[in-house]
Ligand binder design. Structure first.
Ligand code: HEM
Length: 410
């Protein structure tokens, strides 16, 4: 079980046409017969059962720092090699790949300010969703991704962070630019765009931090500046970097939550009927979309202790890749896992990861998903996919599942 030439992370990406069409054709046999499989090329263990993935993610002693991995953990080292070494790691690597004490030092104040903002942003999010819906011309077919799923998360995070209307157009462009960082197969031209977007966003946020220090406003940046003044140990470079991390971590994922959810509701009219008859089901709907067709496939940890998973020994310094999509359909945890049922009360999914790196954006993603899907179908209850028989246009981005386009008519 520890050495398996056929288990390969590359086969668990849309580069594999079978996986792209239906990931579960590949994941199901892996989970059933080789739940902990070694990928020698990537230098990681591929973990597909819920119980094992949950155990790894809940373990707060694990690391996200590739430098702490054994030499043959190629994927982990590749990520680390891209970081400059002449600056403190916490100023070039966001919380996503930091370990404690830096991770806790940076995440704690940001989480406190961010969660408080999300609690009070419902009305503003409703306005963002309504504005996107108002801009749609329902008289002709339209691309739901471009018209709705893409702009809503960017405008929502802009409102929370405190981006003014003058900067919004630039901000939208930079946000799409930094998302290119998620694509390991980007072209050299795209890498140039990515670097430009990163620099522009960093300069923009540094300028805003300075301004909020002089004239506080009602937004997340001002909240963070106030926490700094009250003693929170996060410097301006770290703050700007982690504000960018909110965009990178949050935009495409929430776009895909809304896009995948809308597609599932259109393909399952009975479930849509349930939602429209009882809008209180929106929170359960979003959890079921996240379980059934979540936006992210994987998250990784470096072990710092020896453990055993499904009978397979794994040593400290070895890398483990948890396959969230496989765990979320594990029949050992879910009844009838291959069915999309919006009012099923199921065990929590793993789509937001777990432990100390549990997605900081989860409360926002959940609220946005609920408002967006409910309002979309309340406005256009007969929304249909234009060509239901055509292959869905899944993006070819490793470790993410979302649609490039979704042409619909109202
Ligand atoms: C449906 C939407 C989303 C999904 C499926 C998702 C999924 C994830 C996953 C799987 C992780 C890694 C967790 C781990 O390794 O245990 C993560 C981390 C993170 N997410 Fe999200 N995310 C979503 C939305 C958001 C939003 C809206 C934001 C920001 C506003 C965000 C910001 C982040 C950040 C900054 C991290 C790193 C947290 C840390 O390392 O402490 N995400 N997310």
């Amino acid at each position: 079980m520890t050495e398996d030439a056929q288990a390969s992370l590359l086969a668990l990406t849309p580069m594999n046409p079978v996986f792209k069409a239906d990931p579960h054709v590949v994941l199901r046999p892996l989970r059933e017969t080789r739940p902990v499989a070694r990928d020698p090329q990537a230098g990681t263990f591929i973990v597909t059962r819920y119980v094992d993935a949950h155990r790894v993610l809940a373990n707060r002693r694990t690391s996200r720092n590739g430098a702490r991995a054994e030499t043959c953990a190629h994927l982990a080292h590749r990520q680390e090699a891209q970081l400059p070494t002449n600056v403190p790691r916490s100023e070039v690597a966001s919380m996503i790949v930091l370990d404690d004490p830096d991770h806790a030092r940076i995440r704690r104040p940001l989480q406190r300010a961010f969660y408080a903002r999300v609690k009070t942003c419902r009305l503003r999010l409703e306005q963002v969703v309504d504005a996107a819906l108002d801009a749609i011309d329902p008289e002709r077919p339209f691309d739901l991704m471009v018209a709705f799923c893409l702009p809503v998360p960017i405008d929502a995070i802009a409102a929370i962070i405190g981006v003014d209307n003058v900067s919004l157009t630039d901000f939208r462009q930079w946000s799409e630019g930094v998302a290119l960082g998620l694509n390991p197969f980007r072209s050299p031209e795209q890498t140039v765009l990515l670097e430009q977007a990163r620099t522009s966003l960093r300069d923009y946020f540094r300028g805003q931090i300075d301004q909020c220090r002089v004239t506080p406003r009602d937004d997340l940046i001002s909240d963070m500046v106030a926490l700094q003044a009250a003693g929170a140990e996060i410097n301006d470079a770290e703050l700007a970097l982690n504000l960018i991390a909110l965009l990178v971590g949050g935009n495409m994922t929430t776009t895909d939550l809304i896009g995948n959810g809308a597609r599932l509701l259109m393909l399952n009219p009975g479930e849509l009927e349930k939602l429209l008859a009882d809008p209180e089901l929106a929170p359960l709907l979003v959890e079921e979309v996240l379980r059934f067709e979540g936006p992210i496939d994987v998250t990784e940890r470096i072990m710092t202790d020896d453990i055993e998973l499904s009978g397979c020994p794994i040593n400290a310094t070895q890398a483990v890749t948890t396959i969230l999509r496989a765990a979320n359909r594990d029949p050992a945890v879910y009844d009838d896992p291959e069915r999309f049922v919006i009012d099923a009360k199921r065990a929590p999914h793993l789509s937001f990861g777990g432990g100390s790196h549990f997605c900081i954006g989860a409360p926002l993603a959940r609220l946005e998903g609920q408002l967006a899907l409910l309002k979309l179908f309340q406005r256009f209850p007969t929304l249909k996919i234009v060509d239901c028989d055509a292959e869905p246009a899944w993006r070819t981005l490793p470790f993410f599942r979302g649609l490039e386009k979704l042409i619909v008519h109202a």
